[in-house]
Design a binder for this molecule. Structure first.
Ligand code: HEM
Length: 460
């Protein structure tokens, strides 16, 4: 699917504008349901179009064409991430940042972070993560209570991520991490809220606490080092990798970047995992036949005692189908933001150097051309022989191209561990039983904070 017709400037027409209203442009359609907006615009205008939001113009490249383009040589040449993430980098006072880096620098920084946020980081720890999950369930999901799902998941994820990344869970910082992420994603990354919000005392306080957490993580590392503690390779965490890289190459990882690097995975992992797990609670409870299959699977798994890491993912086909299907229907990243590094022609339309480009990679998730009966929650579409997600450009819940989620392999296991344990331990119900999910779009698309379930009792 080569839709880039030329890397040179030619006399091609600009992408068409999506019809909107005066002044606000396409803001309302975009804010209400970004996935729907990209899908409808793609159907009407094709894979490239422009939108106006509050006087700004953005170019959109959407569909399987966008997903494929991001991974090609031309895509890497024509798009960069720097401007999209620079405001966040500046806010942290950092000189560079993984998401904002491109080319060789990006490869080097991925190398520094890879081990600490990948499946390596949780190897040998599945049963420990289950224990942490059990602790969070016992604390926040009491029998008879109505649980605010997204918030409870945020606490659970901080427990899990904290342990994976640093060896301990900073629960006392959860509110601060949540608030900081809310503001920076809303204002600086997705730009859905005005800049003056960054002066709000609530944000300033939370950011100071998040910095305190980062500095504490670094100070703890240095104290251990001073005591001559030598860690076994399997006990090394992201902090060890970042601090080693800082010592080995202070130009690549200077002192001023350390807080951003060690707290960054919370920014990357908290909302994404909490929103996704919350959506899975909804989709599985909404489909009782899926719930039955998932419960059978997780009961059989946990009855055997501690989890065998080699077998774990393979033993949960129904749960993994439910997770993948939820990530198709409720993607947390509807589009990725980039800047055009040069003039190029895409699908017959001229894109100019410096244009801000939204890549609507989730569009095929909702297209019948890729996913049969796309509105249906069908957990069997990922297994053999259907494997609908393997079609070119069809399925991109973790993004595409060089910035594809670095935490993907760890996140897949984390999602499965969390959901397996929750459905094993608890008997949950939607309230009311025929509840239809309300969603939010800011800062990350996902279930509304008002989504609650009732804990009817403990299954085990
Ligand atoms: C449901 C779970 C998750 C989803 C759906 C998800 C999705 C994504 C997406 C779409 C991107 C690409 C953003 C872009 O191209 O601009 C991304 C990047 C990233 N994610 Fe995740 N993520 C998840 C969990 C995690 C976790 C748990 C971690 C780490 C602990 C993590 C670490 C990262 C990092 C470091 C990047 C930046 C990669 C780069 O710029 O090279 N993610 N994620």
């Amino acid at each position: 699917m080569n839709v880039v017709q030329s890397l040179e400037r030619r006399e091609c027409p600009p992408p068409p504008f999506v019809r909107g209203v005066p002044l606000l442009g396409n803001l309302l359609q975009f804010a209400r349901d970004p996935a729907r907006f990209f899908l409808d615009s793609y159907r009407k205008y094709g894979p490239v179009f422009r939108v106006r939001v509050l006087g700004n113009t953005y170019t959109c490249i959407a569909g399987a064409e966008a997903a494929t383009f991001m991974g090609t040589r031309e895509g890497k040449e024509c798009l960069r991430s720097y401007e999209a993430w620079k405001p966040l980098m500046d806010e942290f006072g950092a000189s560079k940042m993984l998401s904002a880096a491109d080319g060789e620098l990006h490869k080097k920084l991925r190398g520094v972070m890879r081990h600490g946020v990948s499946k390596d980081a949780i190897k040998g720890k599945y049963n420990f993560i289950l224990k942490i999950t059990d602790g969070a369930i016992a604390r926040d999901w009491k029998t008879g209570s109505l649980v605010p799902v997204v918030e409870a998941m945020q606490y659970m994820v901080v427990d899990q991520l904290g342990t994976i990344l640093t060896g301990s869970a900073p629960r006392e910082y959860v509110k601060d991490i949540r608030t900081t992420i809310l503001y920076i994603l809303n204002v600086l990354v997705t730009r859905q809220r005005p800049k003056f919000m960054m002066w709000m005392p609530e944000y300033k306080r939370a950011k100071a606490r998040m910095f305190e957490l980062g500095r504490k993580m670094i100070a703890d590392y240095r104290a251990q080092e001073a005591r001559g503690v030598v860690k076994a390779p399997e006990d090394r965490t992201l902090i060890d990798d970042v601090m080693d890289a800082h010592k080995a190459d202070p130009d690549l990882v200077p002192e001023r970047d350390l807080v951003m690097l060690v707290t960054g995975p919370y920014v990357a992992g908290l909302d994404t995992v909490a929103n996704t797990t919350s959506a899975i609670v909804y989709t599985v409870l909404k489909h009782p036949e899926v719930l039955r299959r998932v419960q059978q699977e997780v009961d059989a798994l946990f009855e055997q005692g501690p989890v065998n890491e080699e077998e774990f993912m393979k033993s949960l086909p129904a749960l993994n189908g439910a997770i993948m299907e939820t990530m198709r229907l409720y993607p947390i990243a509807v589009a990725q933001i980039r800047t055009a590094t040069r003039d190029f022609v895409f699908a017959g339309h001229q894109i100019h150097e410096g244009d801000m480009v939204y890549l609507g990679t989730s569009v095929p998730h909702f297209q019948g051309e890729y996913f049969r009966d796309p509105k249906r929650f069908d957990i069997d579409r990922y297994g053999k022989p259907r494997e609908e997600h393997t079609q070119i450009g069809a399925y991109s819940p973790y993004g595409r191209g060089p910035h594809t989620c670095l935490g993907k392999s760890a996140a897949e296991v984390l999602l499965a561990l969390t959901m397996a344990r929750l459905f094993y331990k608890l008997d949950l119900e939607l309230v009311p039983r025929d509840y239809t999910l309300k969603t939010k779009t800011a800062p990350t698309p996902g279930p509304a904070m008002s989504f609650k379930v009732r804990v009817r009792g403990c299954r085990h």
